[in-house]
Write a protein that binds this ligand. Structure first.
Ligand code: AMP
Length: 397
């Protein structure tokens, strides 16, 4: 069975075509700058060959048409017939309270997604657009939605209610939802396999540390808390997002700087985090390079990043009444030896003993704690696309 996985953003669209018999990627690509000049499609078909097609791509529909053309192309395609694709799985950022699991998409699902779109105004509308275009271009193929929020729907009320007037929750759905759920769920499951212990008996803190970053407390296979909230802004320090701050700062700065709510929102989401504190870059590697040369703000940005993760690990250990494993994933978590080292430093009291040699590693599934470490620390590369493909296959089979 071949499944196409689509992650449709506002001006970009990522895709992967899976052969589910072997769970291998037959082809993958990225369309960039949709609706903007100089748009292009990058495509890889498993032969190691990378193809770039520069073409005017004014709409998502033309983008998806182009990606289907490349999959079918005589020169570098991997399909002979479009009907080889059995179903399409879509990444959807916000499923609100409606979706605690992946779902086959019908008109009612689209209506529900449109109803929660104002909770993720930057993400859900392009996600919905991707679905509608696929329905139009492949009308007889089932479409499945896989939600970033779904895994965290198991959080108890005490973890998801904000201490605001309760009516805002009732009227507007203002509560904590959490994101990166596909990733947290996947790495927790892999951790249980690597440790050869049932997921239902494990207390795991999963640290998804990328440009967007979040931590989750996964107890007995279920998310019981996570650091992102109503939106992906809450929690950890991220590439450009501030994470947790005193909410009173917002009106204070708006007044002092005479800026609008939209401008403030932009500052919190796009100009803060590693970028805001370092004044250098949102990319942790650039910040690391500057810190190595003694740049104080860059050092502070990284210290803040690591310290915040460490605090969440402590908080979630308390929330779960113990901890068996800490998992690192995503760009920084999988690749930055120093970040993992700094986060785990001082957690010996919890029972974490780092194996320095094992930690000297990037992007591989590996246990980085010593054999006698009570709490296991591990690196597990995430694979959200595979989860989307698996869920899609399960729902359409
Ligand atoms: P993601 O959003 O998961 O793609 O992660 C992006 C982040 O991962 C950026 O801050 C990168 O600096 C970081 N990253 C990627 N590769 C490395 C690496 N080899 N070492 C350190 N950080 C890395």
């Amino acid at each position: 069975m071949k499944i196409l996985v689509i992650n449709s953003g506002s001006s970009s669209l990522k895709y992967q075509l899976f052969n589910m018999e072997t769970e291998s990627v037959l082809a993958k690509g990225l369309i960039q700058r949709i609706g903007i000049e100089d748009s292009f499609l990058e495509y890889e078909n498993g032969s190691g060959e990378e193809i770039v097609i520069e073409k005017d791509i004014p709409t998502h529909k033309l983008g998806i048409e182009l990606l289907l053309e490349t999959l079918l192309s005589e020169d570098h395609g991997v399909l002979e017939d479009i009907n080889e694709i059995e179903a399409v799985g879509h990444r959807i950022v916000h499923g609100g309270e409606e979706f605690a699991e992946s779902a086959v998409i019908d008109n009612q699902t689209i209506k529900k997604l449109e109803d929660v779109a104002d909770l993720a105004p930057l993400h859900n509308p392009p996600n919905i657009m991707g679905i509608k275009v696929c329905q139009e271009l492949m009308p007889d193929k089932p479409q499945v939605g896989v939600f970033d929020t779904a895994f965290h729907q198991s959080m108890p009320e005490k973890a998801y209610i904000y201490a605001l007037p309760y009516e805002y929750y009732k009227k507007h759905g203002v509560r904590r939802y959490g994101f990166h759920g596909t990733s947290h769920g996947y790495v927790a499951q892999r951790a249980s396999k690597m440790l050869d212990q049932p997921l239902e008996e494990l207390k795991i803190v999963t640290c998804h540390l990328g440009n967007g970053a979040s931590v989750a407390a996964v107890k007995n296979g279920k998310s019981v808390d996570t650091s992102m909230g109503l939106t992906p802004l809450e929690g950890l320090v991220m590439g450009t997002r501030c994470g947790d701050i005193d909410p009173a700062i917002i009106p204070f700065i708006m007044e002092k700087e005479n800026i609008s709510a939209a401008e403030m929102d932009n500052i919190l989401n796009k100009e803060s985090g590693l970028l805001g504190v370092s004044g250098i870059s949102s990319d942790s590697r650039d910040v690391g390079n500057a810190a190595a040369k003694g740049n104080h703000q860059a050092e502070t940005a990284l210290d803040l990043f690591n310290y915040r993760v460490k605090k969440y690990i402590g908080a979630y250990t308390a929330a779960m009444g113990g901890i068996d494993a800490i998992v690192f994933t995503a760009g920084i978590g999988e690749n930055s030896i120093e970040t993992r080292e700094k986060i785990l430093e001082g957690l010996e009291y919890l029972g974490v003993k780092v194996d320095e040699n094992a930690n000297n590693c990037r992007g591989k599934e590996v246990i980085i704690s010593t054999d006698d470490s009570k709490v296991k620390a591990m690196i597990i590369p995430t694979n959200e696309e595979l989860v989307i493909a698996r869920d899609t296959m399960e729902l359409v089979s």
